[in-house]
Design a protein around this ligand. Structure first.
Ligand code: ADP
Ligand code: ADP
Length: 237
């Protein structure tokens, strides 16, 4: 079954000022993201990439169209039903979004606390995740004691804590230097290959897509202007 199936998805924001035309941040997007793929969404700033991510994660209501996550329609669902759907989706960010007042372990444990996972299981899960991302010895450190790459590893561990089917990465390497970017991309590749998690990577950097993605959609002005296997999309003369 298709992991993320979008049909004619539109997100409209009110325009600024009186008589302003509404903004179509996402303007009729249809996409099929298959399980196990690493799907890149590329486009310039303002193309609608972040909006698309917020719609997939149901952080904002869709104006019209349909979004199915693993066969389940999310458009029109209640907030409590959406909480359930969101546990299937992990998210990582450009600025990492860690809690500075919590330890590395505390950050990774956070979604498990919300999900009321009992302490023994939670501790075991945190330990396992920190080892997976190569931070087994930094559980007690605080975010400001970590490098950018290490912070993103914590972000990845936290995003994986509830065992999601999908990982959404929004400009997740844009704040990192090239070597650190490369390490984080290696880790995302392992997340895909070893854990079988479908990854959606939002970026404005072609190198990230070429290095990591199996499929790509190119966005412009809220629309997908091209999509397919990375090799087909980018090998055109
Ligand atoms: P990208 O992530 O590709 O940079 P965005 O999804 O952030 O693009 O933005 C797409 C368009 O939607 C832009 O014109 C932006 O100004 C507009 N937009 C995004 N979010 C909002 C919002 N909350 N309110 C009004 N306009 C928005
Ligand atoms: P904070 O006070 O920053 O939230 P704590 O260190 O109190 O962080 O830990 C929060 C949670 O992280 C704990 O409930 C536990 O589940 C988990 N945790 C803490 N330390 C470890 C560790 N060394 N190994 C595994 N899990 C840990």
């Amino acid at each position: 079954m298709t992991m993320i199936k979008m049909r004619d998805v539109v997100k409209e924001y009110p325009g600024r000022g009186r008589n302003a035309e509404p903004i179509h941040a996402v303007d009729g997007v249809s996409l099929d993201i298959e399980p196990g793929s690493i799907y890149g969404v590329i486009g310039y700033s303002g193309a609608g990439k972040s909006t698309l991510v917020r719609l997939i994660n149901a952080l904002e209501p869709t104006s019209s169209g349909s979004i199915e996550i693993d066969g389940e329609e999310i458009v029109g669902k209640s907030e409590s039903q959406l909480r359930e759907v969101r546990t299937e989706i992990g998210m990582i960010f450009q600025q990492f979004n860690l809690f500075n007042s919590r330890t590395v372990a505390g950050n990774v444990a956070f979604p498990l606390n919300i999900a009321k996972v009992e302490p023994a299981e939670r501790n075991a899960r945190v330990k396992e995740l920190l080892e997976f991302v190569g931070l087994g010895d930094r559980a007690k450190a605080y975010p400001d004691q970590l490098s950018g790459g290490q912070k993103q590893r914590v972000g990845i561990a936290r995003a994986l804590s509830t065992s999601p089917k999908i990982l959404l990465a929004d400009e997740s390497t844009s704040a990192l230097d090239p070597q650190t970017t490369s390490d984080v991309l290696d880790l995302l590749e392992r997340v895909n290959r070893e854990l079988g998690i479908t990854i959606v990577v939002i970026t404005h950097e072609m190198d990230v897509i070429k290095r990591l993605a199996t499929h790509v959609a190119v966005m412009e002005n809220g629309r997908v202007v091209e999509n397919g296997a990375v090799y087909d999309v980018f090998s055109n003369p």
